[in-house]
Ligand binder design. Structure first.
Ligand SMILES: Nc1nc2c(ncn2[C@@H]2O[C@H](COP(=O)(O)OP(=O)(O)O)[C@@H](O)[C@H]2O)c(=O)[nH]1
Ligand SMILES: [Mg+2]
Length: 321
């Protein structure tokens, strides 16, 4: 496949094209992903999440520059909500990162959030794989830490950064709801505003309560990303975490988790496609009304669909397998 050959030679435009194909769930993208899989696994994937406005993009921009100083090539994936209210933020991200985007060795991509959340997780995963195959040493994925979908996206990263800011009482709630377990490094950004120490202490306390048994104690760092304070320490922590992953069994565990998530995301999306496609001719609606009328229970309805998928050899061919 010509696009894949070009991608493997480091052609950014081929990468951009393939990512668009993956976003549009094209058959060609599936074929390309099958071909590139053997050429992936070399990149260090860093997930960055936290509340909107917390300084994620600013931190990512600073970190990318630190990696560039070490001559590492970078991919940056910004996953932003499709809400029209945040339409400007996408553009803002691009502008702020403009000096990075002029760098030949940095590839920046914003992901649209059309379609299902499972679809977004899958498309982000595909993008990571294409950038990995493109030869990027480090891939940074930024998502708004609003809910489970974002957690699902970043938890496949090798190193997960959770960014918070001083104040924001409900932010700690958000951390409680699932983020504590996935964070490898915690960052209290906007430390210039005061209250950062208190916030860091709160996080330390919660980490003690949720102590992991995997031997890595997540550091809690304070940064002022706007001025660059604390970024060196953060960068060093990321390198340390990477080294820890390589020395321990943790990397294998994370890779297994990622492979599992990849397979499940793909399956979920296929089943969803199948329901809308094959069953779209009124069949799904037929099952839905039967469930409402209490003629059928939802388990039997799902089983009907599953049986049809089992019998339908076409469903695999359609997707290029
Ligand atoms: N005072 C202060 N402002 C910051 C800091 N980091 C980022 N900002 C500002 O906070 C705003 C939101 O930052 P951004 O990186 O877009 O946040 P994101 O939505 O989490 O990606 C921008 O105006 C940044 O310049 C910081 O450490 N201190
Ligand atoms: Mg941002």
């Amino acid at each position: 496949m010509e696009l894949v050959d070009r991608l493997l030679k480091g052609d950014k435009r081929a990468a951009a094209r393939l990512i668009t194909l993956a976003e549009n769930r094209s058959e060609e993208a599936v074929k390309a992903l099958q071909l590139v899989h053997a050429h992936t696994g070399g990149a260090h994937i860093i997930g960055v999440t936290g509340p909107p406005g917390g300084g994620k993009s600013t931190v990512v921009d600073r970190l990318a520059k630190e990696f560039r100083k070490k001559d590492k090539t970078i991919g940056i994936i910004a996953v932003d909500p499709s809400s029209p209210f945040t339409g400007g933020a996408l553009l803002g991200d691009r502008i702020r990162m403009s000096d990075l985007s002029l760098d030949e060795n940095v590839f920046i991509r914003s992901m649209g959030t059309r379609g299902s959340l499972g679809g977004l997780a899958r498309a982000t995963g595909d993008t990571i794989n294409f950038l990995d195959a493109l030869g990027k040493d480090v891939i940074i994925v930024e998502t708004v830490g609003a809910g489970q979908a974002e957690i699902d996206i970043v938890k496949v990263s090798h190193t997960v950064l959770i960014i918070t800011v001083p104040g924001l009482g409900d932010d700690i709630q958000a951390i409680k709801a699932g983020m504590m377990e996935i964070g490898d490094i915690f960052v209290v950004n906007k430390a210039d505003r005061g209250g950062a120490e208190k916030k860091a202490a709160e996080i330390e306390m919660m980490l003690d309560l949720n102590a992991k048994s995997n031997g890595w104690k997540p550091p809690v760092l304070q940064t002022n990303a706007r001025d660059g304070d604390g970024i060196k320490e953060l960068f060093e922590s990321i390198i340390k975490h990477r080294q820890y992953l390589e020395k321990s069994d943790l990397l294998q565990e994370k890779l297994a988790e990622k492979a599992k998530t990849d397979i499940i995301n793909i399956l979920n999306e296929w089943v969803e496609d199948f329901c809308i496609g094959e069953f779209g001719g009124g069949e799904l609606e037929g099952l839905v009304s039967k469930v409402i009328e209490r003629e059928l229970d939802p388990y039997t309805a799902a089983d009907t669909i599953l049986n049809k998928i089992k019998k339908d050899e076409q469903s695999c061919n359609i997707r290029g397998i």
